[in-house]
Ligand binder design. Structure first.
Ligand code: ADP
Ligand code: ZN
Length: 220
């Protein structure tokens, strides 16, 4: 069987963190197009070079690029038992493309989760976000202080190139213009949309998401 989920929400809302917890809980892979793009950028692949300008400006990379990445993942063995999509789809064209990829494989979504938080909180979370260059740990200056080393491995923490203040404002407006319409798109779909409050501790939000999933299941 397997579980097939989408987790949506604005930049900085905690999709990555919560997506990881849910994926672990259900034993499914988290497919993050953002992570796939960052991997291509740091490996310097042709795909990475093609999308660098978009990524660094905080713009969306072209739909065909991310649809290609997702199609490839769907054809690999790791998604046979389900998957959680994080950061995809982000445009109506991507959602239509996803619908076609699923229909061709006779698969259906079990739930579309939408995490929500006020804009002020999003800006603060993203601008304070730091990642470890060596081990990939994601943390916040609120937790570790300014200019601190990685608490896990001692290497240096850096700011993601698209987390700089200017770029963050652009990512939020891109979200409002191109991605937010997908909330209505999925609310009208057979799967429906399940909205969850993204404020609070990691554990509280995880429990809210699990509750929401149980409710979505009994409603279906
Ligand atoms: P966040 O949700 O915090 O913005 P992501 O890692 O999901 O972080 O995305 C970072 C960047 O990667 C986006 O600003 C965009 O340039 C690119 N990206 C990721 N997913 C997609 C997608 N589905 N479509 C287009 N661009 C994407
Ligand atoms: Zn580290």
């Amino acid at each position: 069987m397997g579980v097939r989920l989408i987790i949506m929400g604005p930049p900085g809302v905690g999709k990555g963190t919560q997506g990881e917890l849910l994926a672990e809980r259900f034993g499914i892979p988290r497919l993050s197009t953002g992570d796939m793009i960052r991997a291509a950028l740091s490996a310097g692949t042709p795909l990475g070079e093609r999308v660098r300008v978009y990524y660094e400006a905080g713009d969306l990379v072209p739909d065909d690029v991310v649809l290609g990445l997702i199609a490839e993942a769907f054809d690999g063995p790791e998604t046979a038992g389900g998957f959680l999509l994080d950061g995809f789809p982000r445009t109506v064209a991507q959602a239509d493309g996803l619908g076609e990829l699923l229909a061709a494989r006779r698969l259906e979504l079990d739930a579309v989760l939408s995490l929500e938080a006020p804009e002020q909180e999003l800006v603060e979370r993203i601008s304070g976000r730091r990642v470890c260059e060596a081990c990939g740990l994601v943390t916040h200056v609120r937790a570790v202080g300014d200019d601190a080393p990685c608490p896990a491995c001692g290497c240096s923490l850096i700011q993601r190139s698209d987390d700089l203040a200017e770029t963050v404002r652009n990512r939020l407006s891109v979200y409002r213009e191109q991605t937010e319409p997908l909330l209505a798109y999925y609310a009208r779909s057979g799967t429906g949309l399940t909205a969850v409050d993204g404020l609070g501790t990691k554990e509280a939000i995880r429990d809210r998401l699990l509750d929401a999933l149980r409710r979505a299941e009994t409603a279906a």
